[in-house]
Ligand binder design. Structure first.
Ligand code: FMN
Length: 456
């Protein structure tokens, strides 16, 4: 049995917790052949070097089953893996996957991890694969792999998956096939210039392509807004690198990569009165480019710098067919503590209706900016931050910067306080520059250590 493992972790293989789970299988079930393909670390090479891409596809083609193994990044697959999905479809390579059995193994803090599983489930079906529900492990706090019962159920899960593939068992489908084509509606309406009031400022983050529907939706929206509009094109900003999971942000509360992403999340968005996210659906979700921006915003969601800001969404594509994506929008808004006033898509069969909906959204955004209503946070916001808070409280040492920030700004109530002497101890220790530097370097090694011990 040949198993192609699509390694979606952007970390070096040695430091990836997800790959430790695969190494565990290699150890316990040595009769199978495992081909671990470095999808996320090598994504730029896969994209730019066609013969390398072909060699990856050949390994998949020669394998009997496909296992997606990856960390959950912002409730989804990491941007690098999303780019790989896009490449498969854009280069028409679906046939490499068709007819194979596939499943998912994730590691994460189990914060909305099911969303990533659902995404891979739907994409696997789009690729014509027989998808068997995956398995999800908590990797940092509880370290599931150290638990003997979980070890057994992991082995059982995997053997069962292989048996189903060998027996060519019939598997029910979960998703309707989706075409990425939307009905093209003529949104070419005449837009008049208006004098803008500059005392308020709305930032529109968008993946505008010239003459695309989303560009037209953005223009229509802008024409109904009396305030200053600042359009930021996600496709043209400078993103030097995607998130590589280095965890620098856990200590410093900023991303270590200096580029436009930091400028956007640290200055542009916090200074805006409202934020509009405008995007086209590509292969059931936001594009990999968007996902790169979102992954890099993780530190920002944990420090909710956008708290209570007004936001709205413009979407080009059949959003009603993508319930998971609609939910992602809600979770994303919730994680950033944004106050979402509406979502409008272009999936209607007449222009007037779409324009009217966009106008209503614009009115609601203006009304909310002017009145600054204090709305209770959504259950997504509460759930996300309770889970993050749990992590901070239990991983005080590793997440000390976040812990301090949450307490200082009274962002969340802690039902219990860490013992005073522990706080004083970490405060002194973690403020020594030398310790800070070592702590960051050691964090990844510290997280992987229990797994290395187990696999020895
Ligand atoms: C940028 C980033 C975003 C993350 N987002 C989530 C998340 O949304 N939900 C979750 O449960 N864990 C999240 N995590 C935690 C990782 O999924 C977890 O640490 C994983 O085990 C790392 O696996 P790896 O070492 O194989 O890369 C995130 C980690 C990073 C670095």
């Amino acid at each position: 049995m040949k198993i192609a493992v699509l390694n979606g972790s952007p970390k070096d293989k040695e430091l990836s917790i997800s790959i430790k789970y695969i190494e565990f299988l290699q150890k316990k079930l040595p009769n199978y052949q495992y081909f671990i393909l470095p999808i996320s670390t090598d994504i730029n090479k896969i994209e730019s070097n066609d013969s390398y891409f072909q060699s990856i596809l050949k390994t998949i083609e020669d394998s009997d089953v496909v296992v997606w193994a990856y960390p959950v990044y912002f409730f989804m697959i990491p941007s690098q893996l999303k780019k790989f999905v896009e490449l498969i479809f854009k280069k028409n390579k679906q046939n490499v996957f068709t007819g194979k059995y596939s499943t998912t193994i994730t590691t994460s803090s189990m914060i909305f991890d099911y969303h990533a599983h659902n995404y891979i489930h739907s994409i696997s079906e789009d690729l014509g694969m027989h998808y068997i529900n995956g398995i999800s492990f908590e990797s940092i706090k509880y370290i599931d792999l150290l638990n003997k019962e979980y070890q057994m159920s992991f082995i059982n899960f995997f053997v069962d998956f292989i048996q189903k593939a060998e027996n060519k068992q019939s598997i029910p489908k979960k998703y309707f096939p989706i075409s990425n084509q939307i009905n093209k509606i003529d949104l070419d309406i005449k837009i008049e210039n208006i004098n803008r009031n500059t005392n308020k400022n709305i930032v529109i983050l968008t993946d505008n392509l010239e003459n695309s529907n989303i560009e037209k939706m953005v223009n229509i929206f802008s024409s109904f807004i009396k305030y200053k509009i600042d359009i930021v094109n996600v496709n043209t900003i400078n993103i030097k690198k995607e998130c590589s999971g280095c965890l620098y942000c856990q200590e410093k509360s900023v991303c270590c990569i200096q580029d436009d992403v930091r400028e956007i999340f640290e200055k542009k968005l916090p200074n805006a009165d409202a934020i509009i996210f405008a995007f086209s659906i590509e292969y059931r979700h936001l594009t990999a480019r968007w996902k790169a921006l979102i992954d890099r915003s993780t530190f920002n969601a944990q420090l909710p710098l956008l708290k209570r800001k007004i936001c709205g969404w413009l979407v080009s594509g059949n959003l009603r067919y993508h319930k998971d994506l609609s939910e992602f929008i809600e979770i994303f808004s919730g994680a950033h503590f944004l106050n979402c006033v509406g979502i409008v898509s272009d999936e209607y069969d007449n222009t007037e209706k779409i324009v009217e909906l966009i106008q209503n959204l614009a009115n609601d955004v203006e009304k909310n900016i002017e009145n600054q209503p204090i709305k209770p946070f959504s259950s997504y916001a509460q759930t996300y931050h309770l889970l993050v808070r749990e992590q901070i409280a239990s991983l005080g040492a590793a997440k000390y910067a976040l812990y301090k920030h949450f307490r200082k700004h009274k962002l969340l109530k802690f039902p219990y306080s860490r013992p005073l002497r522990e706080i004083i101890f970490f405060n002194i220790i973690f403020n020594l520059p030398f310790i800070k530097m070592i702590a960051r370097k050691k964090l990844l090694n510290f997280l992987i250590k229990p797994y290395l011990k187990l696999l020895k």
